[in-house]
Design a protein around this ligand. Structure first.
Ligand code: MG
Ligand code: ZN
Length: 179
């Protein structure tokens, strides 16, 4: 059976972004993220992380380091808030790959692994590249703008915290079944 999903950016969406995060011990989730993820998951939404990790292509750290950070996220989260899968692009922008957001490769891979109902799914991220990817895939899109600076965005909704994103998603779900 098809399931709706929340596609999530990782850095500066789930966790504080120190820039090219590669050390699991430096990982720090935003305080409202564990409860927010648990609420989404409780409603039957898949939690799928799509992350650009160009630090791998730049030689700053390895794919194994990126996986260790991802594993740490799920180690910190309570089971009822666990991320269902993590996907990352290891390439630099110059490589012109098909998986660096806003290219759709990571999302397409997730849809091969899970039976996702894109019409009832969402994208949450802090960059316009996250929004663009979501729009191209037909998702409802949320731009997470914690800094509150004026931003040009094509997102369906701009929010200032993760918990606000969760509120908006849950307010539209599953009532969209009827639309
Ligand atoms: Mg980000
Ligand atoms: Zn890539």
């Amino acid at each position: 059976m098809k399931r709706p999903a929340v596609f999530l950016d990782r850095d500066n969406t789930l966790n504080i972004d120190p820039g090219y995060l590669s050390d699991p011990d430096a990982l720090e989730l935003f305080a409202d993220v564990p409860e927010g993820l648990a609420r989404l998951k409780k409603c039957g939404l898949l939690l799928l992380v799509l992350s650009n990790q160009s630090g791998i292509g730049r030689g700053y750290y390895t794919a194994a380091d990126a996986r260790a950070v991802n594993a740490k996220i799920n180690a910190i989260l309570p089971r009822e808030a666990a991320i269902d899968a993590f996907y990352f692009c290891p390439h630099t922008p110059e490589e012109g790959c098909s998986c660096r957001k806003p290219a759709p490769g990571l999302l397409e891979q997730a849809c091969r692994d899970f039976d996702v109902d894109l019409n009832r799914s969402f994208m949450v991220g802090d960059k316009e590249s996250d929004v663009l990817l979501g729009r191209q895939a037909g998702l409802k899109t949320l731009l997470l703008n914690r800094e509150g600076l004026k931003r040009e965005t094509e997102a369906d909704k701009e929010v200032s915290s993760f918990s606000e994103a969760v509120e908006w998603i849950l307010s539209r779900f599953p009532s969209e079944d009827n639309s």
